[in-house]
Every structure is written in C-alpha cells, then in structure tokens.
Design a protein around this ligand. Structure first.
Ligand SMILES: [Zn+2]
Length: 282
C-alpha cells in the first residue's frame, strides 16, 4: 500500500432543491393506527432530511455507470443476498490503483463474491480479493432542510408537518391488481443545505475532484429517493461553494477563506471550468 499523508481538504457546501416531490423513506410507522406506509426520513425535530449515505450511494452508482464500471463482471457483493430472498447490495470494487471510483469512495481489503453470470441476483463461486485498501476521500453529510424552507412549509400547513401525502396506485406486476398506497413526500420547491468533505492525499485526488461534480451533474438528470420512475426525486444543486484548506492553512488557522469556484456555482459550470478551479488547489 502506498504511504498516505494528507495534503489538505476540499469543503463543498451548497443547496439541493427538490424540483419534484421527494420521497426518501424512513421506517414505516403507525400503519396500525392509519399512518402512512412510506414515511419520509426525519430528524429529531420532525424535519425531513436527505441522509448523506443516500446521496453518496446515488453519486457512486451514477459514477460507476458513467465510467463503465457497473457491468456485472466489475461488481461484487458487499452485502450478500440471502436464501430467504433478502436482496444483497453489489457495488464496483477493484484493485486498480488509478480507479477514480474506488479512490473517491474508498475500498477495504477482503474477499468479495462476484455476481453469478446466469442469475444476477445470486452469488457466483468466484470471488475477488481486494488488497489495495484505500481511505475514503469523500464524506457526505446529511442535508438538512433550510430554515427558509422549514418556515414556508410550516405556513403551508401541509398534510403532515413539513410533508404532503399523496395516494398512489401501485400496480401489482404479477396479478395486475391496483394497490392504492399513501405516499408521503417533501413538496417540490423545498431546499436542503448539503455539505461534503473531500480529503486530498495526492495530485490524482485533485484531478479526481472533477468526478464528484460530474456525479452531481448526473444526479440532476436522474432522481434521488424512491419512485423516480413516477417523477419523484428530481433535484438541482445550486449556490455551491468550494473551499480549499491546505495542511498549512490548518497549521495557521487560516481556513475557509474565499471559495475557489468563483462565479461557477452549479455542477455543470464547475465541471466546465474545472481546470481553473483545479489550479487553486495547491
Ligand atoms: Zn475500481
């Protein structure tokens, strides 16, 4: 393993706006007393939020697809599917020291089973040994509802506090029977504040930062949370600020100075002008 020492940290902040209703599920609660069967995940104050893990997982899977790493032969089971029918989780993992996805999201040593060629939901006899442990560069925080949005949603007096409830007809694919369900969602227009930390250990990490913004671009053309095929979960990122804090800045306490992305505040404009922004990371 290559020796690793921190050169600095890139901090990214900004807003995520729900362009359509957003349904990121928490645990089902209160069904027996007429509750909603697809509740939105909420914090201790009852405000909906976007878990950092959901955001990061989506960014990773979109990058895997876009970088041609999502094929079955490039993926392994990190959570195995069970005989009882519980779905496993498969992701891309490899030993290539230059792999952008593995470097950004990290990899841990271990033996991971591959996906069966004939039955995609099954485990193959073959496995991949990962022996190139890499620290995760990207940390994604939970995105919290902005104060302004919380205020507006309170005034709106939605069905539930901060959220609305919609009846959806879900068709059972086997029996074709319609199965009406109540879906809870965060109304379109709600804004969340997000934060990400990107650790920089070497020159390649500085180049790879572009991939982080590329994944946000891809996410704007995909969806976040559930029911994306029914139009839920369209999001837009805006008001992005990118800060570079070098090791020396931490030494002097001179951190979080001027954002290095200037007037480029959307994922697409940052990707387009990445070379200039990259030059500021030194
Ligand atoms: Zn890889």
């Amino acid at each position: 393993m290559v020796e690793i020492s921190l050169e600095g940290k890139v901090l990214i902040t900004g807003k995520i706006r729900a362009e359509t209703g957003l349904s990121i599920g928490g645990a089902t609660v209160g069904l027996d007393i007429g509750g909603v069967d697809n509740p939105v995940v909420k914090d201790a104050e009852g405000k909906p939020y976007i878990p950092g893990s959901s955001l990061k997982g989506k960014m990773r899977s979109l990058l895997e697809k876009s970088n041609d790493l999502a094929k079955d032969e490039s993926r392994v089971w990190v959570v195995k599917p069970t005989e009882k029918g519980e779905k496993g989780i498969s992701i891309h993992l490899c030993n290539d020291p230059d792999c952008e996805v593995c470097n950004i999201f990290g990899r841990a040593n271990g033996e991971f089973p591959k996906i069966d060629n004939n039955k995609r939901s099954k485990i193959s006899d073959e496995s991949v040994r990962i022996e190139n442990t890499t620290p995760t560069r990207l940390i994604v925080r939970d995105a919290v509802l902005s104060g302004e949005s919380a205020e507006k949603l309170r005034e709106l007096k939605t069905d539930l506090e901060f959220t609305e409830v919609k009846w959806e007809n879900v068709i059972d694919r086997i029996t074709s029977a319609a199965n009406p369900r109540q879906m809870e969602r965060v109304p379109a227009g709600a804004e969340f504040e997000f934060g990400m930390i990107y650790n920089v250990f070497n020159e390649q990490d500085k180049d790879n930062l572009k991939q982080v913004f590329k994944s946000l671009e891809l996410l704007e053309h995909d969806y976040l949370g559930g029911s994306g095929t029914r139009g839920y979960g369209r999001v837009k990122f805006g008001d992005i600020k990118v800060y570079w804090n070098s090791k020396a800045d931490y030494e002097s306490g001179d951190v979080m100075k001027t954002p290095i992305n200037g007037e480029y505040k959307t994922p697409a404009s940052i990707v387009k002008n990445f070379e200039a922004i990259r030059e500021e990371i030194r």
